[in-house]
Design a protein around this ligand. Structure first.
Ligand code: NAP
Length: 302
């Protein structure tokens, strides 16, 4: 039997509906809505399209949304002052600085200047530490790993006692999702292995996985024979492997491929995410969830 598809496009809709409902309830009871500011430096077309999507999603769920566009030559000092202004702004619950930043600005310094209680991306060292401690310490799990966990849980995949193998150890995907899956609690409690370019026999580890999470950025890295029959395969990779003309718009668009040989893998796996349409739609969704959480923490109702 072919694998059940885990569709981020569908699960996103469920979660956004839940957020919209909760925002309306909070507005009726407390008279406030979550506030999200997106700071965009310069006019990088990819950054503009990400920010546009974030703004559209924030509107959809009923947030107050502020788009703050700054010129490419803004000084680091002025950007830090801007962040300080939003740190102090009571109507703002989440601050997002769209990356990449121009070369004259120290990215680490800027991200670390965001108040950890408004760091809805979950990249501030304080939030990374909270994630490592786990349990009630966790405020804002980083958005892509949080989306991966939601996909697994909402698909009914059992995580307690499962062998989870994560391919990749980046700070934004591999390390945090591995850490989240090993925590003692619902949606986790797994036995976790991380593999990377220093791993001796990657195939043997992957073959043990009940849940295989692949975030390497290498097309077709994971071969079908590495997949345990019935396993849940989460393919985080987004690789541009060519271009095609869109049937809808007639414009050239990228051909995207994941890190797993999808066609062959879906005959073996029990569950699998497609690329695109799997993990991708979850990141902005979880950003909305974190921003709502930030307001709930402030109101003491989280
Ligand atoms: P990254 O920072 O480049 O990290 C890739 C990791 O994979 C590294 O730890 C690397 O190992 C490991 N790796 C690379 N090639 C490998 C190989 N041949 N064998 C074993 N391990 C290998 O990438 P990332 O930011 O985590 O992103 C990974 C992929 O996910 C990318 O395709 C990215 O576009 C995608 N992504 C998607 C979303 C989304 O859908 N929302 C979000 C984030 C990322 P070493 O540490 O040993 O170098």
């Amino acid at each position: 039997m072919p694998a059940k598809l885990i569709l981020g496009t569908e699960i996103r809709e469920q979660i956004l509906d839940e957020i919209t409902k909760e925002v309306a309830e909070i507005k009726a009871k407390h008279g406030v809505v979550p506030g999200l500011v997106t700071i965009l430096i310069g006019e990088n077309p990819a950054s503009i399209s990400y920010v546009t999507l974030k703004i559209q999603t924030a509107h959809r769920v009923g947030f107050k949304e502020v788009q703050d566009s700054q010129p490419i030559d803004i000084s680091e000092k002025d950007l830090l002052a801007l962040i300080d202004k939003y740190n102090k702004d009571d109507s703002i619950n989440g601050i997002l600085v769209q990356l990449p930043l121009p070369k004259h600005i120290n990215e680490k310094k800027v991200l670390n200047a965001i108040d950890p209680d408004k760091d809805v991306d979950g990249f501030h060292p304080v939030n990374v530490g909270r994630l490592m401690i786990g349990g009630s310490e966790v405020k804002y799990p980083p958005c892509t790993p949080a989306g991966i966990q939601e996909l697994i849980v909402r698909s009914g995949v059992v995580t307690k006692g499962a062998e989870v193998v994560v391919v990749g150890r980046s700070n934004i995907v591999g390390k945090p999702i591995a850490n989240m899956m090993l925590q003692k609690g619902p949606g986790a409690n797994s036995t976790v292995t991380i593999v990377h370019t220093g791993t001796k026999d990657m195939a043997s580890h992957c073959k043990r996985a009940d849940i295989l999470i692949v975030a390497a950025g290498v097309p077709d890295l994971v071969k079908p024979e590495w997949i345990k029959p019935g396993a849940c395969v989460i393919d985080v990779g987004v690789n541009r492997v060519g271009e095609k003309v869109s049937e809808k718009t007639g414009k050239k668009i990228a051909i995207l491929k994941g890190d797993v040989d999808f066609e062959a893998a879906k005959a073996i796996a029990g569950f699998i995410t497609p690329v695109p349409g799997g993990v991708g739609p979850m990141t902005i969704t979880m950003l909305m969830k974190n921003t709502l959480k930030s307001l709930k923490f402030k109101l003491g109702i989280a």
